[in-house]
Ligand binder design. Structure first.
Ligand SMILES: Cc1cc2nc3c(=O)[nH]c(=O)nc-3n(C[C@H](O)[C@H](O)[C@H](O)COP(=O)(O)O)c2cc1C
Length: 178
């Protein structure tokens, strides 16, 4: 699909159909696309935890998401994205390169995840980035090590809804030229 069309077509999907299972290969394709993103000194600190089995998905939705978000990703798989702390944006001696500190790890992960959700869109899946989640419960359920910062949960599934495009600000409102 043409890139411009792809970015315009992507929407946050909050209702998924049970029609088709997502293959492991399709998930790996999305993660491979994520890996093509740039990162601080190519540090590649993003990590992915894919919850695909019915049993684990149910536990995840119940234990790690508030009811509203749990309902939205029924029938979807969920991918938890994390990054290794104190590496991207940090010097070899462990001190931060500048005031943003681990913000750079988060930045890298966001770039990766943009690729991931667009790759999913290209393959005909819908996605929802979820920020309202319980990081402690996720860490415990998926045994995520303490040196990783848990960021977003991304639901991926067959869309059962065609969401409308939420309005965007006028470009002139958010840009200044010098
Ligand atoms: C970092 C982040 C966190 C989000 N968290 C949630 C969430 O917890 N629940 C939800 O329903 N949508 C969530 N969203 C989706 C946004 O509400 C959505 O992207 C926005 O309204 C624009 O709609 P669009 O994605 O269809 O363009 C999140 C999006 C981002 C990028």
């Amino acid at each position: 699909m043409e890139f411009q069309k792809l970015i315009e077509k992507r929407r946050s999907v909050r209702k998924y159909s049970p029609d088709r299972e997502i293959s492991k290969e399709d998930i790996l394709e999305m993660i491979r696309a994520a890996q093509e993103a740039p990162s601080w000194k190519n540090s590649q600190t993003g990590r992915y935890y894919c919850v695909t089995s019915k049993e684990m998905s149910e536990r995840f939705r119940k234990e790690c998401l508030p009811a509203g978000n749990a309902l939205k990703c029924e029938n979807a798989i969920v991918i938890v994205s994390t990054f290794v702390r104190d590496r991207s944006g940090f010097k070899q001696d462990g001190t931060p390169e500048n005031e943003l500190g681990n913000g750079w790890g988060c930045y890298d992960l966001g770039l990766q995840n943009a690729n991931l959700i667009l790759k999913a869109e290209e393959a005909g899946y819908g996605t929802l980035v979820i920020g309202i989640r319980d990081a402690d419960s996720i860490r415990s359920l998926l045994s995520i090590p303490e040196n990783e910062i848990i960021v977003s949960v991304i639901a991926v599934g067959i869309p059962a809804d065609e969401p409308k495009r939420p309005a965007r600000k006028e470009t002139e409102e958010i840009v200044k030229f010098f």
